[in-house]
Design a binder for this molecule. Structure first.
Ligand code: AKB
Length: 316
């Protein structure tokens, strides 16, 4: 990976990936794109930034050609809760954008990373330690696009030789850019509210277990998978990866070790609860560990300390 084009670069993952790759590859070798520019935002101001609607194939292809990129990281997509409210847009954007990204990769013979999600699973799998390879029957529109997207990326790999790679991301926890429109987003908001208000009203019910990961490990996973020896990759689209599995009350207990007065209350949102209930409690990521050496650095305790320290710093 020498020169990379990133779509959806203003999002939770994109903003941190852009920063990391600008440091590693050099500013001129990271083409950050998003559907709009935000004046004053570090992604837009501190290096190359271009506006790109991923539904515009001709512009996408021209931009990747002009910048002579050898890798595409395609992050532009609607997340689960937003997708459930806008099902046509979710299908159109998540599938159409991915198809365009794969076609650009095919045309220019670049590598491509486009993330999948734990949402690719449906409620009928083994909920605990869900295997890498099992049947995929998602019951949410976001999940449908993720499962179909995995198949599409595999198809481009086997049919056209496109070097496509992916992971099924769990709920990601970060302090730099807040997530938007996901079902796992509470795992970031809870830290903000713990520090700002001392209380948090959770839209998921007690006992709703879900895989999670600190953002540094997610960024490492993207970079390491893109740099992995392709001959060792059996799965490609997409590897399960996880670092911890937590329910709201378990995350609360971790925060209370540092902020003993912190309290959680529950007001369940049926839409997001339904989505979370259709996802696994915990997934088996042994294929990623074996095939390309995935190993997260942050467990739940270490992530909690890091989030509290970084946000305390941010709010000063
Ligand atoms: C979401 O909640 O939609 C995402 C995901 C787990 O894919 N964070």
């Amino acid at each position: 990976m020498k020169k990379v084009l990133i779509t959806g670069s203003l999002g939770q993952i994109g903003s941190e990936l852009v920063d990391r790759l600008r440091r590693e590859l050099g500013k001129d070798n990271v083409i950050a794109t998003d559907i709009r520019k935000i004046d004053g935002n570090a992604v837009c101001e501190n290096g190359v930034f271009e506006t790109l609607d991923v539904m515009d194939y001709e512009k996408f292809l021209k931009m990747a050609t002009d910048h002579k990129v050898d890798t595409i990281v395609h992050l532009a997509a609607l997340l689960s809760a937003t997708a459930e409210k806008n099902i046509k847009l979710a299908w159109h954007l998540n599938m159409g954008g991915l198809l365009n990204a794969l076609d650009v990769a095919k045309e220019l013979k670049t590598k491509i990373f486009a993330p999948s999600s734990i949402a690719a699973y449906g409620p009928d799998v083994n909920q605990d330690n869900t295997p890498q390879d099992t049947f995929m029957h998602p019951t949410t529109m976001y999940g449908v696009t993720k499962t179909a997207g995995e198949m599409l990326a595999n198809y481009y790999n086997t049919k056209f030789g496109v070097d496509s790679r992916s992971v099924r991301f769990p709920g990601l926890i970060s302090y730099k850019t807040e997530p938007g429109g996901g079902t796992s987003d509470y795992n970031v908001d809870i830290f903000y509210q713990a520090l700002l208000k001392g209380t948090y009203e959770c839209y998921l019910a007690e006992g709703t277990k879900m895989d999670m990961m600190y953002m540094d490990d997610a960024i490492d996973a993207i970079v390491n998978l893109l740099n992995a020896d392709p001959t060792k990759l059996i799965h490609r689209n997409a590897f399960n990866i996880t670092a911890m599995s937590l329910a709201p009350e378990e995350l609360t207990a971790l925060i209370q070790k540092h902020i003993p007065s912190f309290k959680i209350t529950y007001k369940v949102d049926p839409v997001r609860q339904g989505i979370a209930d259709s996802w696994p409690n915990s997934i088996d990521d042994s294929a990623a560990r074996t095939e390309w050496g995935f190993k997260p650095k942050f467990d739940a305790e270490k992530m909690t300390v890091e989030m509290i320290n970084k946000l305390t710093e941010k709010f000063k």
